[in-house]
Each structure stands twice: as structure tokens, then as C-alpha cells.
Design a protein around this ligand. Structure first.
Ligand SMILES: NC(=O)c1ccc[n+]([C@@H]2O[C@H](COP(=O)([O-])OP(=O)(O)OC[C@H]3O[C@@H](n4cnc5c(N)ncnc54)[C@H](OP(=O)(O)O)[C@@H]3O)[C@@H](O)[C@H]2O)c1
Length: 308
């Protein structure tokens, strides 16, 4: 059985596919559709991105289905990460393997590279889901397994439960970006590094805010605008420092600075991209590094956004 998680540590950045099919938050089918999403997929591969993060719930399966279609037209080997949602009405442990098989059907593959529990949701215990993940590995349906939105004690429970099967916990996918550094303060990030658990940073651009294109006068549309209404007025000083650092780095954009900062923190960002242009810009976060002084300046400028 191949249970090494080394390959995940070698991947510096992936692409997130939540917006590929999601109407409610991202307005798929309105401001962009299949053609644009296809452009994001193609450009990401062209620029060397080799991991796609999706979930059974994204676009109610549409994200996985689109990826399955796109994969048919490429020879490029792509690593696939998807997720199981432990809805409270999923009371049978067998629902995990059934859901995984449905994901595999939509993706049109025989196995994925990373299968994650989307949230630590009751009533089924963490141990029960970990036992099922172990079965998924043993049956060859996924190469490695991970969790998402788990705090430190939940993650340690998952880690120990999998260890009883001699299977490593490959990753914990959580929100992490310049405007939300709770995982640094709580010790979760340090614990991941200590245990060799890959920290996958979701919403690495704070759902678009860190690109600098949104402001108080021009907030992001829909629920995002409401979610970030209190942060937007405080954003300009941080964006100014990001822009200055971008210039010092030879013309990097704010998005590239935000993503490179996450790579410097030894995490794997998975920025969402709705089209080729966004994917191309995000891929430009690879192949160079912020200096230690620049990381420190960004740490200082972003400090106020994360209250313990
Ligand atoms: N495990 C979880 O619970 C969880 C939760 C959230 C996300 N995730 C994962 O993390 C991935 C990324 O997170 P996210 O999609 O929430 O947020 P994000 O990556 O921080 O932001 C993505 C959005 O920002 C805008 N954008 C991206 N690149 C841009 C660029 N270069 N220039 C200008 N605008 C750009 C686009 O939206 P607009 O053009 O509309 O602004 C895009 O949809 C998801 O796709 C998903 O795979 C996981």
C-alpha cells in the first residue's frame, strides 16, 4: 500500500474549484460560465499547476463533473483532491464510501489523490470517519486522506485514529490568508509542521479582497460584500504595503504577493480562479520568493486583522 504523503509537500500551490459551477456565492452562469472556467483550467495546467481542489458539494457536483470533462482533453497528470461532507443526516458510516464512489464517477477517475472530510460535523465521531477513510485508502479509492476546518484537538484526534491503521493524516485544509491568521496564533500551523501534515490554505485571496480590486466604494457582490463590510475600510494601508513590495519584486501584483506570503509560511495556497486571466496571474506567484524582511513587513501590516 502506497501511503506516502511526500508528494503533497512538493506541491507549492494548487487551484481551487469551488467557483466552477457554484451559483449561490460565485454567480456561476451569470458573470462567467463553462468557457471561462475551462480557460482557468487550461491556463493553470499550462503554467505548471498540478493539483485541483474540489468537493462533492461545489455546485452540487458540477465542479467535479466539469473537472472530469476537462481531464478528458489533457495528457497532463493532474492531482485531484476532493471532499466528503458529513451532513448530520448521513448517519451510516457507509455513506462515506458511497459518496466517494459518486465523486469518482463525476470526476471519471478510478481514484483521487486526496480525500478530505469537509467539516468536523456531529453526530458521527471523528474516529468513525477516520476508520472509513482508512478503508478508502485500503480499497485504492484514494491515495491519501485529509481533513478540513479541523481545530488542533480535532486534528490530533484524526491523526491518532488514522495512525492506528498506519495511515498518515496528509493535510488539514483551513482558512488562512493575510486577513485571517488565527492558525498562527492558535498553534495549529506549528503543529502541522511538527507532524508533517500539509496545511492547505483556503480562500488565500480572502475571496478576492487581497487582489486590491474591491473597496468601500466598490465592494464585492452578494454575500461576500456583507461578509467583508467591516474589513474593507481598514484594507488600504495593507494593500499599499503589498503594492510597494510588489514593485520592489519587479512588478508582482497584490494577488501574487498574498499567495507568495502563504508559500513562505510553508503552506499550500489553492486560489480560486474564474477565468484564464485570473489563473495566469495567480500562477505568477510561483518561481520566486519574498525576502524575510518583506514577509516580516506583511506580518506587521496584517497583524490588526486577526484578533485572538
Ligand atoms: N474547505 C473549505 O471549507 C473551503 C472553504 C472555502 C474555499 N475552499 C477552497 O479554497 C479555494 C479558494 O478559495 P475561495 O475561492 O473561497 O477564495 P480565493 O481563492 O481567496 O478567491 C477567489 C476569487 O477571487 C477572485 N480572484 C481570484 N484570482 C484573482 C485575480 N488574479 N485577480 C482578480 N480577482 C481574482 C475571483 O472572484 P471575483 O472575480 O468574483 O472577485 C475568485 O473566484 C476554493 O475554490 C476551494 O477549493 C475550501
Amino acid at each position: 500500500m502506497e501511503t506516502s504523503t511526500r508528494f503533497l509537500h512538493a506541491i507549492e500551490m494548487g487551484v481551487g474549484a469551488w467557483a466552477w459551477g457554484d451559483r449561490i456565492i460565485w454567480n456561476y452562469g451569470g458573470s462567467y460560465a463553462d468557457k471561462e472556467v475551462r480557460g482557468a483550467f487550461d491556463l493553470s495546467l499550462e503554467k505548471g499547476i498540478r493539483l485541483i481542489d474540489t468537493a462533492e458539494v461545489y455546485g452540487r457536483g458540477r465542479s467535479e463533473r466539469l473537472i472530469g470533462e476537462f481531464l478528458k482533453d489533457t495528457e497532463v497528470p493532474v492531482l485531484l483532491a476532493t471532499k466528503f461532507m458529513p451532513f448530520p443526516w448521513r448517519l451510516l458510516k457507509s455513506s462515506l464510501l458511497r459518496a466517494l464512489r459518486h465523486s469518482l464517477e463525476r470526476l471519471d477517475v478510478e481514484s483521487v489523490d486526496l480525500y478530505q472530510i469537509h467539516f468536523p460535523m456531529p453526530p458521527i465521531s471523528i474516529e468513525t470517519w477516520m476508520n472509513e477513510l482508512a478503508t478508502a485508502v485500503k480499497e485504492g479509492l484514494t491515495r491519501t486522506v485529509g481533513v478540513s476546518n479541523y481545530n488542533q484537538s480535532q486534528m490530533l484526534q484524526a491523526y491518532s485514529a488514522l495512525a492506528r491503521h498506519e495511515i498518515p493524516l496528509a493535510s488539514n485544509q483551513v482558512e488562512y490568508h493575510l486577513l485571517d491568521r488565527r492558525i498562527e496564533k492558535s498553534g495549529l500551523l506549528a503543529r502541522c509542521h511538527e507532524l508533517d501534515i500539509r496545511l492547505i490554505a483556503y480562500s488565500p485571496l480572502a475571496m478576492g479582497l487581497l487582489t486590491g480590486k474591491y473597496s468601500v466604494d466598490s465592494p464585492p457582490p452578494g454575500t461576500r460584500g456583507r461578509r467583508y463590510s467591516r474589513i474593507l475600510p481598514n484594507l488600504p494601508p495593507l494593500l499599499k504595503i503589498m503594492t510597494q513590495i510588489g514593485q520592489d519584486q519587479g512588478g508582482k501584483t497584490n494577488a501574487q504577493i498574498a499567495l507568495n506570503w502563504l508559500i513562505c509560511k510553508k503552506t499550500m495556497p489553492i486560489p480560486g480562479a474564474k477565468n484564464a486571466k485570473q489563473a495566469e496571474q495567480n500562477a505568477g506567484a510561483l518561481g520566486w520568493r519574498l525576502t524575510d524582511d518583506q514577509v516580516a513587513a506583511l506580518d506587521e501590516a496584517s497583524e490588526e486583522f486577526t484578533k485572538e
